[in-house]
Design a binder for this molecule. Structure first.
Ligand SMILES: [Zn+2]
Length: 218
């Protein structure tokens, strides 16, 4: 049961987006835990250069720290999802605690960017039974992932290798533009930034196309 609550591809909690259609040749790029400076901005520069859309699952507290970056994400046509306010482990939490983390983030993102998210990704991929009715009541769809760059533990070359190895039609790719536990001044996502152009070009060479997450309906 504990495994089912944290395994990204487990479907015990529904509805959930893990991956898109296998025949589509489409892939979706997602970044968690931001925004942070300068890494989110550097990622946005690379995405703009390659005309690649992405989804950023932001923590409310980081949106408050960097409202200008959150606004830039929306302005440049990317999607923002809710990744809770303070990145707690939601496993075994009370409904009130979870609702507060989610609502505070919805309010923060809407106040700062003018857009109210309709996607949610749980911190650490951890879910709990009472989370689903909370998401449903708010019209939030849960998004997990099917390919990860393991950029929380790897350096540039290994991130490229792990991401491209797991990438196929319909993949939802997980990378990070922030860090859940580090104070903002200690966050270093330069490895992810360095890996991104190679990941984009590997996908293009493999005949895959980056699409907005909205194309993967569920
Ligand atoms: Zn996270």
């Amino acid at each position: 049961m504990a495994y089912a609550c944290v395994a990204p591809t487990a479907r015990i909690f529904r509805p959930v987006l893990v991956r898109g259609p296998a025949q589509s040749r489409d892939v979706v790029l997602t970044f968690d835990d931001g925004p942070t400076s300068p890494f989110t901005e550097q990622i946005l520069d690379i995405l703009a250069e390659h005309k690649v859309p992405a989804t950023f699952f932001m923590c409310g507290k980081n949106v408050e720290r960097h409202p200008e970056i959150a606004r830039r994400v929306v302005r440049e046509g990317h999607t923002i999802g809710n990744h809770t306010y303070s990145h707690p482990f939601l496993y075994l939490r009370t409904p009130q605690f979870m609702a507060n983390e989610i609502d505070r983030t919805q309010e923060t993102i809407e106040r700062v960017t003018g857009v109210r998210p309709n996607l949610f990704r749980p911190p650490y991929g951890a879910r709990w039974f009472s989370l689903m009715p909370i998401l449903k009541a708010r019209g939030l769809k849960m998004v997990m992932w099917s390919a990860a760059g393991y950029d929380w533990m790897y350096h540039t070359q290994a991130i490229i290798k792990a991401t491209t190895r797991g990438m196929r039609s319909g993949s939802v790719i997980l990378l990070h533009d922030g860090h859940e536990r580090q104070p903002p001044e200690k966050v270093d996502r330069s490895n992810t930034v360095e890996a991104l152009p190679a990941i984009i070009s590997a996908a293009t060479k493999a005949g895959l196309k980056f699409v907005p997450i909205e194309k993967f309906t569920f």
